[in-house]
Design a protein around this ligand. Structure first.
Ligand SMILES: *[C@@H]1O[C@H](CO)[C@@H](O)[C@H](O)[C@H]1NC(C)=O
Ligand SMILES: *[C@@H]1O[C@H](CO)[C@@H](O)[C@H](O)[C@H]1NC(C)=O
Ligand SMILES: *[C@@H]1O[C@H](CO)[C@@H](O)[C@H](O)[C@H]1NC(C)=O
Ligand SMILES: [Zn+2]
Length: 313
């Protein structure tokens, strides 16, 4: 427990609890819960090759002591600040109701129709910024620390199935329902409730234990044979589109399925979906590591350089 709160040095623990409580009252859900993002980033950081690990360490502010996951929630914290309001549409993709498909040119825009302003465009954007950093040609307008934090956060969001959801219900945000005994909504169930329930039921409310279980299944468990195909990528742009497509497919098959406004979701919903959530966190982490390893490798594979030259900014 101690480790988790270390980074809030300037706040007392009680202030942190109060802050967390106030944040929990903010209505529109914000992406994987804190836990989802922290686990995605811890999985990724453990898989970095030495060059990428060093680049990440150099980009992180000193107060986090080299721990990427300590700042992976930062983009959710700043998205309502005036200075970062432009990042707000970058956390998700709204797709046409019931289409269950993702089409970049059709769907990747903000609510005013501005192109590339969605989580898929943002991942491309910040990957491209970071690859210029490695090449020593980075644009000084861009803050490379922020590029790293945004990329790391958005790789989590794009793997949260309900972040690539339907337009009218805002990715399930307007589908109010009950989770066991308390009020929630469908988006929030996938951001947070399923993870919290798993921690409560199986991991003694300890995120570390859940994380270790996921990591074990990546290295020599149920997913160890799949990891190579998860991270395989010849063309970053189409890989990102694939991740978004996987999410909307899962949203249709598992998220929206059998759910209506006002219903109560419990065990019957939770049990089959938990493995899906765990796998998405694992995939997000493995793929974030793969991007960082490519982007920070000194013998840059052509794909990254190529992508960077015609990437949206
Ligand atoms: C890319 O990042 C820059 C700032 O770093 C921002 O101005 C631009 O809107 C971003 N575009 C997308 C699609 O994320
Ligand atoms: C980059 O962004 C981080 C986080 O917002 C900030 O702390 C840092 O001062 C910025 N660096 C520069 C050079 O502006
Ligand atoms: C890891 O795999 C085991 C089966 O070997 C499974 O029971 C467990 O739920 C998995 N845990 C996670 C977090 O995926
Ligand atoms: Zn987010």
């Amino acid at each position: 427990m101690e480790k988790k709160y270390r980074y809030f040095g300037r706040f007392s623990f009680h202030w942190f609890v109060l802050l967390a409580f106030v944040c929990s009252l903010v209505p529109r859900a914000q992406g994987w819960s804190k836990e989802g993002h922290i686990m995605t980033c811890q999985i990724a950081q453990a898989l970095l090759k030495p060059e990428a690990a060093e680049a990440v360490r150099n980009l992180l502010p000193h107060n986090v002591d080299g721990d990427l996951s300590a700042l992976c929630v930062w983009p959710d914290q700043v998205r309502h600040w005036y200075r970062y309001r432009w990042t707000s549409p970058l956390h998700f993709i709204d797709t046409p109701d019931n289409a269950c498909t993702f089409d970049y040119s059709r769907d990747c825009h903000d609510q005013h129709g501005l192109k590339n302003m969605c989580v898929a465009g943002a991942i491309q954007n910040f990957t491209s910024q970071l690859s210029h950093y490695t090449e020593g040609t980075s644009d000084r307008r861009y803050n490379m620390t922020e590029a790293l934090l945004f990329l790391s956060h958005f790789m989590g969001d794009i793997h949260q199935p309900m972040h690539v959801g339907f337009t009218t219900d805002e990715g399930g945000n307007t589908i109010d329902l009950r989770w066991y005994k308390h009020k929630s909504n469908l988006h929030h169930v996938w951001d947070r409730e399923i993870i919290q329930q798993a921690m409560k039921d199986y991991y003694d409310k300890d995120m570390e234990l859940l994380l270790q279980d996921i990591q074990g299944n990546i290295t020599d468990g149920i997913w160890s044979d799949d990891v190579t195909s998860w991270k395989h990528c010849d063309d970053q742009r189409s890989c990102i589109n694939k991740y978004a497509t996987e999410s909307i497919n899962i949203a249709c098959k598992w998220g929206y399925k059998d759910v209506g406004v006002g219903e109560t979701l419990a065990e019957d919903y939770f049990l089959p979906r938990l493995p899906v959530v765990e796998k998405r966190i694992a995939q997000g982490g493995v793929r974030l590591a793969a991007i960082l390893n490519r982007v920070f490798s000194s013998d840059q594979e052509t794909e990254v350089a190529d992508e960077a030259s015609h990437s949206p900014t």
